[in-house]
Design a protein around this ligand. Structure first.
Ligand code: NAD
Length: 362
């Protein structure tokens, strides 16, 4: 087994991230120092890995939850909290969450508020969750008026990422994670970006060594951003590259019909158009990023989604989540900045993104 360990410093607490091939087998050992362990696992992941989980954590009766994005809400929190209460979880409990980003966000938020917060361990099982959502301590559920509006900052004590678990991941979910890895490359690691450019075949075949390097490098970029944000407020907004317009697409589609990663993919194309318009990014670099993104063959933005719907949703999102209209915009591959933008910039980005999607679909 090959594994790498990285400690992410979160101000008052540290999080140890283990990334490896076959590291799930060490789940029991890595958490055995915690007195009272509870497992929350996504139904589909339970069907696939239930035996391995029981072997690693014998005698623990897992709390099995649905992991549909549309069920990532307060009803799921109530269900998890009730199950923890029924099982007698106390303040010293550790909640081990096994699943993709939806499960991690939902059960992570339940751990953040259960008895004012209990220890959390993430075992992310999708490429997106391993590269991105399990790192950084943000946990949240959706409200009918917007995504991730009810949440907390609750860093995990450990993240245990086994890339061998990605073998069963549907192709679409592999792609969804690739867009986030590509995002991390543009934000902070040119080598990671090159890897996403050159290793399309290996990624689609789920080559474990390639996935290991992708996850490790993505974790490093996110860890650096999260740690810098402790000193310099708002650095974290860099991680929103592609998300302003991406969230606009997701909300316009009512979170159905397009994966989060695909929406972010188009959102990055829109953000690049804004960066070029503002003179921050060379158009040849923007074209290179677009080529890399489209080589993963995302679904085109459905024709039913128009510019007004995207802008309306993106503005609503901004209104709830920030005081100024800012976007993370790339300057070159490996370097991004947070820049204040105008409504006209946003409209330009949405227009460019829809046009790119229409040309791609034709
Ligand atoms: N907290 C953060 O910082 C952060 C960052 C980025 C995204 N997110 C959130 O992450 C969520 C998206 O996460 P996701 O893309 O992992 O989606 P997901 O959790 O819905 O998982 C996608 C699908 O893959 C299945 N699955 C999971 N592991 C599998 C495996 N090993 N083999 C086969 N199938 C498997 C799931 O059952 C699900 O059907 C969104 O809700 C987004 O808001 C959070």
């Amino acid at each position: 087994m090959k594994a790498l360990t990285r400690t992410v410093r979160h101000g008052t607490s540290d999080c140890v991230v283990h990334v490896g091939i076959g590291v799930l087998n060490r789940l029991g050992d890595l958490t055995e120092g915690y007195p009272s362990r509870f497992v929350v696992v996504a139904k589909k992941v339970m069907d696939l890995f239930g035996d391995a989980v029981s072997k690693a954590l014998p005698g623990i009766d897992p709390i099995v939850i649905a992991d549909d994005e549309r069920e990532k809400g307060l009803a799921a929190i109530d269900m998890i909290v009730s199950a923890l209460l029924e099982r007698g979880a106390r303040r010293d409990a550790t909640v081990i969450v096994i699943g993709g980003g939806v499960t991690g966000d939902t059960a992570g938020f339940a751990a953040a508020i259960y008895l004012r917060g209990v220890r959390l361990v993430h075992v992310p099982t999708t490429l997106l969750a391993q590269c991105d959502s399990s790192i950084g301590g943000k946990v949240a559920v959706n409200h009918r008026l917007g995504k991730n509006l009810i949440g907390a900052f609750h860093p995990p004590a450990q993240v245990i990422s086994d890339v061998a678990m990605l073998q069963t991941l549907p192709r679409r979910e592999v792609l969804s994670g690739m867009y986030e890895a590509l995002k991390s490359g543009v934000i902070g690691d040119a080598r990671l970006f090159e890897l996403t450019e050159s290793e399309v075949g290996a990624v689609l075949e789920r080559d474990p060594e390639t996935l290991l390097e992708l996850v490790t490098r993505s974790v490093e970029v996110k860890a650096r951003v999260v740690e810098a944000d402790e000193r310099e407020v708002d650095v974290r907004r860099l991680l929103n590259y592609g998300h302003t317009l991406g969230h606009g697409i997701e909300a316009a589609l009512d979170y159905a019909g397009m994966s989060h990663g695909e929406a972010v993919c188009w959102g990055m194309i829109g953000a690049d158009a804004v960066a070029v318009r503002r003179g921050l990014l060379d158009s040849s670099v923007s074209e290179r990023i677009e080529r890399a993104l489209l080589s993963y063959r995302p679904e085109a933005i459905p024709a039913s989604v128009d510019r007004a719907a995207i802008i309306g949703a993106a503005m609503r999102d901004k209104k709830f989540t920030s005081s100024a209209m800012v976007m993370a915009l790339p300057r070159e591959i490996g370097r991004c900045d947070v820049v204040e933008v105008t409504a006209s910039d946003l409209e330009h980005g949405a227009e460019a993104m829809l046009e790119a999607s229409a040309v791609y679909a034709a």
